[in-house]
Write a protein that binds this ligand. Structure first.
Ligand SMILES: Cc1cc2nc3c(=O)[nH]c(=O)nc-3n(C[C@H](O)[C@H](O)[C@H](O)COP(=O)(O)O)c2cc1C
Length: 321
């Protein structure tokens, strides 16, 4: 797949997840076969008002590329101002626009999935961004606002007319949030109407899910979001399965724990031990989900305050298996 002039290898885009898709996470996931990573969503106003915490989201590295930085905003004026600042401050390949966030704090301002309600406004806003950005611009949308306003075909046409270089569709409505199932059928036939790549998102938890999503939508790539948490090898399995039809065996528990420990080191290097350990409490359980004694181990992880404790807990799991 090519986005603008950027070559994306393989079949998998690492989906943006606020609170998770940090530089450390993206670097950790890349060697498993991620073709393109997308950052956590970044507030255009945070950039415009010189908020130092917002600037931290702009961090990228050589091994993180190609990478898309994702912004969200409610006005072309604020967003274009932010893009000019981002272009001076960050090294990245693609600018991604968030039109899918369902969180009330975001939609009440007119940002995120709020844009889906009006294709004409979506067009005007996106056009202004495309004209400002020196990088290719991509967009991430949902099927529509709710069941009564599924307008994904119309919004995709508006985005293409505005000049985006690729579009990702999360196959749920805003009203669904993250519940219910992703409906790939709702965008069957869409790719044939598009002249830029389509990325399909929603419920890609297995290589078979990825195959089904591609078969139904004819998407150029799949987006892995929640399915990759604590399961980095899923990316490798998807690439291999889509290329060869062969399913690679799942990793052993010992391998999973080794990867979890690698991720601990990376997140601590980025954020320092105190902050990283707090975040790791939510992420590490995904690496050992379903193993014997999982519930008790999850409680232990939730209480940990140091790297040493986390590693001791994980090594305990390894020794027992
Ligand atoms: C905790 C969480 C945070 C998310 N943050 C973002 C975000 O910042 N920007 C965005 O476009 N999508 C965001 N998403 C949506 C995902 O990128 C993805 O489209 C969605 O979760 C469906 O894919 P999945 O079923 O594979 O998780 C988020 C999802 C989750 C679960």
């Amino acid at each position: 797949m090519k986005i603008g002039n950027i070559e994306i290898k393989g079949h998998v885009v690492l989906g943006p997840m606020a609170g998770y898709t940090t530089l450390a996470y993206r670097e950790f996931m890349k060697p498993f076969g991620v073709g393109l990573s997308v950052s956590e969503m970044i507030s255009d106003c945070g950039i415009d008002y010189n908020n130092q915490r917002t600037f931290e989201y702009l961090a990228t590295s050589k091994s993180d590329r190609p990478v898309a930085l994702q912004i969200f905003g409610f006005s072309a004026e604020n967003s274009t101002k932010a893009i000019r600042i981002i272009e001076e401050r960050a090294d990245y390949d693609i600018l991604d626009l968030n039109f899918g966030c369902p969180v009330f704090k975001v939609t009440k301002t007119g940002a995120g999935s709020s844009w889906l309600k009006d294709p004409e406004k979506l067009y005007e806003y996106t056009k202004a961004i495309v004209e400002t950005s020196s990088k290719p611009v991509t967009a991430k949308i949902r099927l529509g606002w709710d069941e009564n306003s599924i307008n994904v075909f119309e919004n995709v046409a508006a985005l293409e007319k505005a000049g985006v270089a690729a579009i990702c569709v999360h196959c749920r409505t805003k009203a669904q949030g993250y519940a219910g199932v992703a409906r790939y059928e709702a965008i069957a036939g869409l790719r044939e109407k598009m002249s830029v790549p389509l990325i399909v998102s929603g419920d890609i938890f297995t290589p078979e899910d990825a195959k089904r999503a591609v078969e139904i939508t004819h998407a150029d790539a799949v987006m892995v979001a929640r399915g990759g948490l604590g399961n980095p090898y899923l990316v490798t399995q998807i690439n291999h399965y889509l290329d060869t039809g062969e399913r690679l065996p799942d990793p052993t528990p010992a391998q999973q724990i080794e990867w979890a420990e690698e991720f601990i080191d990376r997140l601590i290097a980025l954020k320092g031990e105190v902050v990283a350990v707090k975040e790791l409490r939510g992420i590490l359980p995904h690496f050992i989900m379903g193993y014997p004694g999982f519930k008790a181990v999850r409680i232990e992880i939730a209480k940990a305050t140091t790297k040493e404790q986390l590693v001791r807990i994980l090594e305990g799991v390894k020794a027992r298996l």
